[in-house]
Design a protein around this ligand. Structure first.
Ligand SMILES: [Zn+2]
Ligand SMILES: [Zn+2]
Length: 230
């Protein structure tokens, strides 16, 4: 059982690592005076808020990030500073409009909420759910986010499949299609061989099961040896 033990040990290590990094996130900011989040830019699993103030109004943008905010902020900064990225987010669109109208503005970043992104244990993404909740409850007149963001799918779940899904899924799908056509061909041959239709269409689960198992066993062996072309 050394494998399971080391898995648990690694798991616990990871959990305690995230806990300490969460505790230490405030200390990891190098430039506290210029920090967009008051020294908390290392915060991860947060829903953040950007308030854009002009002389006559204040607009709000809601966003989320699973990795440290600092990384997301870097992307925002790029779209706010480089015109070619002006359509990256609703926030950058708004800022570039202000710039084009020569309207002075300030942006104030803050943490709106904290929630855990999708994990294999929770099987749900509280980070995305919380963001949606905050967007729904926000004042629509000042909110920059658009409605489609509410129906956008969670991206955080994907990373749990990425490593082993694509080839396996394709392989499995391939198997399935091959199995079905093989099954049909087999049924046809059986009919041609003079077997009674009732037998092929038999509703007795036992018979159906046996046929399926047999074809499974037969078909899987040569198939696994055939390299799957992608
Ligand atoms: Zn900082
Ligand atoms: Zn999510």
């Amino acid at each position: 059982m050394p494998n399971i033990a080391s898995i648990i040990k690694g798991h616990n290590k990871r959990i305690s690592a995230t806990l300490t990094s969460k505790e230490k996130e405030a200390y990891n900011c190098r430039k506290k005076d210029t920090c967009p989040l008051n020294g908390n830019c290392q915060a991860s699993n947060i829903i953040y808020k950007a308030e854009v103030k002009t002389t006559d109004n204040c607009k709000t943008y809601i966003g989320l990030t699973e990795p440290p905010f600092k990384l997301r902020y870097g992307n925002h900064k790029m779209s706010l500073n480089h015109e070619k990225h002006q359509n990256a987010t609703e926030l950058s669109k708004h800022i570039w409009q202000l710039k084009q109208n020569n309207q002075p503005f300030t942006i104030n970043w803050s943490i709106a909420s904290r929630a855990k992104a999708y994990s294999n244990e929770s099987k749900r993404c509280n980070l995305c759910l919380t963001e949606k909740l905050i967007i729904i409850n926000a004042d629509k007149r000042t909110l920059l986010n658009k409605r489609p963001e509410l129906i956008s799918k969670c991206r955080h779940e994907n990373k749990f499949y990425i490593n082993n899904s694509s080839p396996t899924t394709k392989h499995r799908q391939g198997n399935h299609t091959q199995l079905r056509s093989e099954h049909r061909r087999k049924a046809k041959t059986q009919q041609q061989n003079g077997r009674k239709r009732e037998y092929t269409n038999s509703r007795t689960p036992k018979k159906v099961l046996q046929t399926t198992n047999r074809t499974d066993a037969k078909e899987n062996t040569p198939q696994n040896n055939t390299p799957t072309t992608v």
